[in-house]
Design a protein around this ligand. Structure first.
Ligand SMILES: *[C@@H]1O[C@H](CO)[C@@H](O)[C@H](O)[C@H]1NC(C)=O
Ligand SMILES: *[C@@H]1O[C@H](CO)[C@@H](O)[C@H](O)[C@H]1NC(C)=O
Ligand SMILES: *[C@@H]1O[C@H](CO)[C@@H](O)[C@H](O)[C@H]1NC(C)=O
Length: 194
C-alpha cells in the first residue's frame, strides 16, 4: 500500500509557486514578448453567461436554387459513405422558409459512416440580425440521422461568441425524400459565452 505523505497547505503553496515560477522561466526564455499572462477582466471578460437560441436550418438540395451542393458523390448508395456537401443554408426564426432570416449556416457535411447514415458536420453559423450581426458560432459533431435528437458541439465562435462553448440539439422538423432529401431542422443551441 502506498504511503500518503503528509503535506501542509503552507508547504503546498511554497512548492507550487516554486514550480510555477520555474515554468515561467522556461516558457519566457530569452524572448520576453512571446507570452504573457493577462487579466480576463481587463480584457472585458467579466461574467460567462448561458444563452439559448432556437432557429431553423433549411437544407435545400433540390430545385433551381439549392443551398446544399454535393461536391463529392458517394460510392455506396446505402450509407452514402464518402459524400460531401457544401452548405450555405438559411437560418430562420420559424420553420417556414419565408420566416425572418437570422443568419446562414456555412460549411459542409460529409457522410462518415460505412454502417449507417451518419454525418460529420462542420459549420459556422453567421448571424445577420441585431447585436449578433457579424458574430459566428462554430459547430462540429456527429449527426446520426437515425436518431430523433442529434447533438453537435459548439467548439468556438467569433465576435460576441469569443471563447464560446456548448452544444446544439437537432431535431428534424420536415423532410421530403421525394425532393432529394430537402430538410428543415430545428436547432436548439445552448452556448456559454461572455
Ligand atoms: C469511388 O470509386 C472510385 C473508383 O473506384 C474512386 O476513384 C473514388 O475515389 C471513390 N470515391 C469515394 C468517395 O470513395
Ligand atoms: C449587418 O452588418 C452588415 C455589415 O456591417 C450591414 O451591412 C447590415 O446592414 C447589418 N444588418 C443588420 C440587420 O443590422
Ligand atoms: C415533397 O416534394 C414534392 C415535389 O416537389 C411535392 O410534390 C410534395 O408536396 C412535397 N411533400 C411535402 C410533405 O412537402
Amino acid at each position: 500500500m502506498a504511503r500518503i505523505l503528509p503535506i501542509s497547505a503552507f508547504q503546498f503553496i511554497i512548492i507550487s509557486s516554486l514550480l510555477s515560477s520555474f515554468s515561467m522561466i522556461l516558457v519566457s526564455g530569452e524572448d520576453h514578448e512571446f507570452v504573457k499572462p493577462m487579466d480576463p477582466e481587463l480584457f472585458g471578460l467579466k461574467k460567462e453567461k448561458l444563452t439559448h437560441f432556437r432557429l431553423y436550418w433549411h437544407d435545400i438540395v433540390d430545385g433551381p436554387n439549392p443551398t446544399a451542393v454535393t461536391v463529392v458523390q458517394p460510392n455506396s448508395s446505402q450509407t452514402k459513405f464518402g459524400m460531401i456537401r457544401m452548405i450555405d443554408n438559411q437560418l430562420t426564426l420559424g420553420p417556414e422558409s419565408s420566416s425572418k432570416l437570422l443568419g446562414r449556416a456555412q460549411g459542409f457535411y460529409a457522410s462518415a459512416s460505412q454502417q449507417d447514415l451518419s454525418l460529420l458536420m462542420a459549420q459556422n453559423l453567421a448571424f445577420v440580425q441585431g447585436k449578433y450581426n457579424g458574430s459566428t458560432i462554430t459547430l462540429m459533431g456527429r449527426n446520426s440521422l437515425s436518431n430523433k435528437v442529434r447533438e453537435l458541439s459548439v467548439i468556438g465562435g467569433s465576435g460576441l461568441f469569443r471563447f464560446a462553448r456548448g452544444y446544439a440539439l437537432l431535431t428534424t422538423q420536415s423532410f421530403n425524400a421525394s425532393k432529394s432529401d430537402d430538410a428543415v431542422v430545428e436547432y436548439n443551441i445552448y452556448v456559454l459565452h461572455y
